[in-house]
Design a protein around this ligand. Structure first.
Ligand code: GLU
Length: 331
């Protein structure tokens, strides 16, 4: 490792974040999610990018301490928790790992198994929440909140207004929940499971939190800042694989092709990305493209991944050397 180049590369990273932020800030395309009425009450201009490294460093630009609801980004972390609690086989018996190519809220099951395609679409995520509910019972939501807080390294809370708004209007998710009950993917009270699901989607995070949560996965389940083991390493491996193939709605194939980083996006405008053994990236900008991904978030990720050579199949390997020397010299 070339220690002398480290600080220069560290400065280059900060410059890159600032340049990327400045370049995409004027982009006002896309629209706020409005199918959950309360989600329209956010500042559409907010834009933050954060990188948290596995040595505990945090680098930010823009609105990285602005809170927003985690929405579907929670699906990745609750899946990791369910794998740990129930074990891989029990989870695979209820929800698959195939990309669906359909919208996140589609009411479609895998025709071969009659089960949800994967844990990143609503049907699969509600099933996963059902697994945690079945195993933990009444304390299921508290455990989910605790795990996500440990991954972020601080105590997270729920946005009660978004939770109520989602609970009041989530009829499509209720329909999915009852269908899941009908095919045996979930057991017990559908209302109780959906209540946990709506709460988990309404957890408030910042772009910096998403970066830390990503770095916890990148650090094979240990939070690099607190040193606490949050997730089991095999569960992390499976979660990253599903994030890689299914994490960006029906843009996941393009994302794997262009960005090449396991990531999960949410309709609140957040994206959490993981560069294995290196870093987590969190972005926040609430205007979404037609697929449900943050417009500026996708643009920023694409540029940063390209500049730093973060793609999983980076041909030159220059990128990982670049990031490694940066990681070793900044903290
Ligand atoms: N709570 C949202 C829903 O289930 C999450 C959607 C998302 O972020 O993709 O509709």
């Amino acid at each position: 490792m070339d220690q002398k180049r480290g600080p220069v590369l560290g400065n280059r990273l900060v410059e890159l974040l600032c340049d990327t932020h400045a370049r995409h800030r004027p982009n006002r395309s896309g629209a706020l999610a409005d199918y959950i009425p309360e989600l329209t009450r956010v500042d559409p201009e907010a834009f933050g990018i954060a990188i948290a490294t596995v040595d505990g460093g945090l680098h930010t630009v823009g609105d990285t301490d602005r809170t927003f609801t985690i929405q579907s980004v929670s699906k990745a972390f609750v899946y990791c928790l369910a794998l740990e609690l129930a074990g891989r086989e029990a989870v695979l018996a209820k929800v698959g790992v195939e990309p669906s190519g359909d919208a996140f809220n589609s009411i479609v099951f895998d025709p071969r198994t009659n089960m949800p395609f994967n844990p990143m679409v609503n049907a699969g995520a509600i099933t996963v929440t059902g697994i945690v509910h079945k195993l933990v019972g009444k304390g299921a939501f508290e455990l989910i909140l605790e795990k996500l807080s440990e991954a972020a390294g601080r105590t997270l809370a729920v946005d009660e207004a978004v939770y109520r708004s989602e609970a009041d209007t989530g009829h499509r998710n209720r329909a999915i929940g009852h269908l899941l009950r009908n095919v045996g993917a979930v057991e017990g009270s559908v209302d109780d499971i959906l209540d946990i699901y709506f709460r988990q989607c309404s957890i408030l995070v910042t772009a910096a939190d998403l970066a830390h949560m990503g770095s916890t996965l990148a650090h094979v389940g240990d939070n690099p800042v607190t040193g606490r083991q949050v997730f089991d390493l095999l569960a992390v491996r499976s979660t990253l694989a599903v994030m890689f193939t299914c994490g960006m709605y029906d843009y996941s194939g393009n994302w794997a092709f262009d960005v090449g980083v396991p990531a999960k996006s949410g309709v609140g405008g957040g994206i959490c990305g993981v560069v294995n053994r290196q870093l987590g990236i969190g972005t926040y900008s609430p205007r979404l493209d037609p697929k449900g991904n943050s417009v500026r978030g996708v643009a920023a990720f694409t540029e940063i991944a390209d500049e730093l050579g973060l793609h999983a199949f980076e041909y030159s390997n220059v990128g990982s050397a670049f990031v490694r020397s940066f990681v070793s010299s900044t903290g």
